[in-house]
Design a protein around this ligand. Structure first.
Ligand code: DON
Length: 557
């Protein structure tokens, strides 16, 4: 029932701050953006051209995407930002948190079964949004242009409207048809039905909310009029978020995971993301197998990626959760000796038995991402989400924005998979004010102090595969940014058993060989990479061709 509902519902799974002191980093001098749509790309590049830094451009892009990319861009959701500023790594967690009234069994019925859609649809599916607090914090610490300047492009696009791309119109009409067919209550159509291809679509309520954010900063969302509208919407629609939950929300600066790998420094997302640990594990366990440089996307290479992936996801299910609530053994899980041992258990010629892949320690569709590099060589990788396409499918009436359905990223019941098939235990069970485990993995790779790669993708648990393979494609297989974004990718997450999800474009003989090895193949593509790499000729930026992204590299004026 749950999976049927999901299949039907889901369309695509799918005041001025202190100036930072900027130093010139060798190989910089250009500025680059790789964005999920043209509106965010143009607005972010305009900020950089005006002398803004990568964080300024990220703030503008985030708010623009809340207007022009409603399936994932948001002010009603959350995300993670990985930063390299003057060569210093930093990480901002603006993930949603469970409301104070949330509890472990809130999505179970009287028989103890997980309710098929309560964590995915409607007000009760929403965690307390973190995006506005996150952007405000980023600006306080690193912003250089005035906050109001950075929010204004989003206000203009919401107030005056924008020409709806066909890609977006298609997603909206398919989503509407499915919600209607399912007979679910949603006010989605009231807000989005007239966003048809090539028409000018304005969002007056959202424009007013953005103006309050522009003029009052963080308080324009978590306090006053917007907070009042959100909490009364929640009360009327069975949601749990209160004015107090909103007032108490905090975006948090955390120490990113930094890991040395093949002469590079990988800077990536710590818990409550599972993604950084997973990508570092995946890269680390692949390392010995890369010595012979297996042919890219050969059956041998895909088998090795899959065997490693199974081990990564076994650890994820057991150990990962919100570090403010559970102790996550990040150090132990990313220790080179541990990774070498796990890697040595891989049989390069045969599939290991799924049930035997236990967590290793102690022996016992839609999100969006953008990447930015400024003229000083500062980098921002930012992944943001309302979970599935169009989040909880409901708009906060009077405030004009879509709510997230991020509560589904918790483990509603131990051992029962969430939408992305991720299984979790107590580490990721629901508790008041806890952050749900994420797979979002905004990642920056440095060579010395220089940016070598900025990368990230949507895709739930497949994010981890997309990011890992974007690192391998660029830094091991020497692909251009565009080739790396578009090369067919594979994903294996332990369960379903021996199943490889893959993009089209792999050789028929490779697929035959994988089937001969015993794999089940699931041909459903995933992800939307937006990445920037450094080459001897300068920055190279690309957005995956299947999306509606846009990448720009410009010389600084
Ligand atoms: O945080 C997470 O891992 C998920 N909520 C991300 C959702 C996502 O990427 C949907 N995209 N297809």
């Amino acid at each position: 029932m749950r999976s049927i509902f999901i299949a039907v519902l889901i369309l695509v799974c799918t005041g001025c701050a202190r100036q930072i002191e900027t130093v010139t980093i060798p190989s910089a001098g250009q500025q680059a953006v790789a964005m999920p749509d043209t509106f965010s790309a143009d607005a972010a590049m305009a900020v950089l051209a005006e002398g803004g830094n990568a964080v300024d451009a990220a703030i503008t892009a985030q708010f623009v995407l809340a207007v022009t990319y409603p399936e994932a861009g948001n002010i009603g959701g959350g995300g993670f930002m990985t930063l390299s500023i003057n060569g210093q790594a930093d990480f901002l967690d603006y993930r949603e948190m469970a409301p104070g009234a949330a509890h472990r069994d809130m999505y179970l019925d009287e028989q103890g079964h997980v309710h098929p859609y309560e964590s995915l649809f409607g007000a009760k599916a929403s965690g307390v949004p973190g995006t506005v607090a996150g952007m405000w914090e980023a600006h306080q610490k690193y912003g250089s242009l005035p906050w109001s300047r950075l929010v204004q492009p989003a206000v203009d696009l919401a107030e005056q409207g924008f020409v709806v791309p066909e890609h977006l119109a298609g997603r909206i009409s398919r989503y509407l048809a499915r919600v209607q067919k399912q007979g679910l209550f949603s006010n989605f159509g009231d807000y989005f039905a007239h966003a048809t291809a090539n028409s000018v679509f304005s969002q007056p309520e959202l424009a007013e909310t953005l103006k309050r954010i522009r003029d009052q900063g963080r308080n324009g969302f978590y306090d006053g009029e917007t907070a009042r509208i959100i909490s009364s919407y929640m009360q009327q629609n069975g949601g749990l978020i209160t004015a107090q939950d909103l007032a108490s929300y905090e975006a948090k600066w955390r120490t990113p995971i930094t890991h040395t790998w093949r002469g590079y420094t990988v800077i990536t997302a710590p818990p409550p993301s599972s993604g950084g640990v997973a990508v570092v594990q995946w890269l680390g366990m692949m390392e010995p197998w890369l010595e012979s440089l297996p042919e890219h996307n050969s059956s041998q290479y895909i088998h090795l990626l899959s065997e490693v992936g199974k081990r990564v996801f076994a650890d994820r299910a057991e150990y990962l959760g919100d570090p403010d609530f559970v102790e996550v053994p990040v150090q132990a899980l990313t220790e080179p000796a541990y990774l070498a041992k796990r890697s040595s258990e891989v049989n390069p010629d045969a599939i290991s038995v799924t049930e035997d892949i236990a967590p290793g320690l102690y022996e016992s569709e839609d999100t969006t991402h953008f990447s930015i590099v400024d003229r000083w060589g500062n980098a921002v990788a930012n992944t943001t989400t309302i979970n599935l396409s169009f989040g909880a499918g409901v708009v906060v009436s009077g405030a004009g924005f879509l709510l997230n359905d991020e509560m589904d990223d918790f483990s509603a019941k131990a051992g029962v998979p969430n939408f992305f098939g991720a299984i979790g235990g107590t580490a990721n069970e629901i508790q008041p004010f806890k952050r749900m485990l994420s797979s979002m993995t905004p990642t920056i790779v440095l060579k010395g102090r220089d940016v070598a790669l900025v990368t990230g993708s949507p895709g739930g648990t497949t994010i981890i595969s997309s990011v890992t393979q974007s690192v391998l494609n660029t830094l091991v297989y020497d692909m251009t940014a565009q080739a790396a974004a578009d090369a067919p990718r594979v994903h294996h997450q332990l369960w379903p058993k021996d199943t490889i999800r893959h993009h089209s474009g792999l050789d028929a003989s490779t697929l035959e060989e994988l089937e001969r090895l015993g794999y089940t193949l699931d041909n459903r593509s995933f992800g939307d990479l937006h990445l920037i790499t450094a080459t001897v000729d300068g920055m190279d930026a690309a957005s995956q061709s299947s999306g509606r992204g846009k990448a720009i590299v410009n010389p600084a004026q």
